[in-house]
Design a protein around this ligand. Structure first.
Ligand SMILES: [Zn+2]
Length: 248
């Protein structure tokens, strides 16, 4: 997959990096990513990936813009209230970078359709706002063998990690939240700048994974405390009894 003169000019600050170069930039162009959620996390992830030159982006979100989203979702404007987030996010991508093929999916993702929506992608980034969705996305990613960056931000606490099937996100959180949307922003609140911090980290994790920068980060969760302003890393052991990736 070659880069045109315009693309070489556009991505010059990437290509000059020895860790990226022309090879890395072509890997980004060849990559097809699914982004679940055009919300607080997605508002950082989607512009970062589109700007970075990820060739194909599928944006999955069934929600419409509400006034209470705007403190953490700079993809949207006041005038967008009531409009579909997936379409608006896709329109943002097209305006930012003509070289990206973007596909909006205005639908809620769940156990019934996750495999179908995620199949064919090289990486999934999940920035959805509840455990049931995150588990459905994780289980489908494990079944399809697609690496997953899972990111979440609630109140002052953020977490983000890369999973390559085993251990998986379900090994980390267990089965208790399968049908439970108890832990979401609507009820608990979230600091807008925290979503942006975690979303930017998720985008960096994804870009590094696609290009092959640094050591493999899979199986580790990065936890961010937005009050202490400190990151901490946890290694996730694979759960042999995990419903998704275990043998039992
Ligand atoms: Zn697992």
């Amino acid at each position: 997959m070659n880069l045109s003169d315009k693309e070489l000019e556009r991505y010059a600050r990437h290509i000059v990096l020895p860790q990226v170069g022309g090879v890395g930039q072509r890997r980004l162009k060849a990559a097809s990513l699914a982004v679940v959620g055009a919300g607080g996390i997605g508002s950082s992830v989607i512009p970062a990936l589109a700007g970075a030159g990820v060739g194909r982006l599928t944006i999955i979100d069934g929600d419409k813009v509400e006034l209470a989203n705007l403190h953490r979702q700079p993809l949207f404007r006041e005038a967008d209230a009531g409009q579909a987030k997936a379409e608006l996010a896709a329109s943002f991508v097209r305006k930012l970078n003509r070289h990206i093929v973007v596909k909006p999916v205005q639908d809620h993702i769940g156990t019934e359709n996750a495999k179908q929506l995620l199949a064919g992608h090289d990486l999934v980034i999940d920035g959805s706002d509840n455990f049931a969705t995150r588990l459905a996305v994780s289980d489908a990613s494990v079944e399809l063998g697609i690496p997953l960056v899972s990111a979440a931000a609630v109140q002052f606490q953020g977490q983000v990690g890369l999973f390559r099937s085993k251990p998986c996100y379900r090994c980390f959180v267990g089965d208790a939240f399968d049908a439970d949307d108890c832990d979401n922003c609507a009820e608990l609140g979230v600091l807008g700048a925290l979503s942006a911090t975690v979303g930017s980290f998720a985008a960096l994790l994804a870009v590094n994974a696609i290009v092959g920068i640094g050591e493999d980060q899979s199986g580790r969760i990065q936890v961010f405390d937005g009050e202490k302003l400190a990151w901490r890393v946890m290694s996730i052991p694979a759960d042999p009894a995990c419903k998704a990736c275990g043998s039992g």
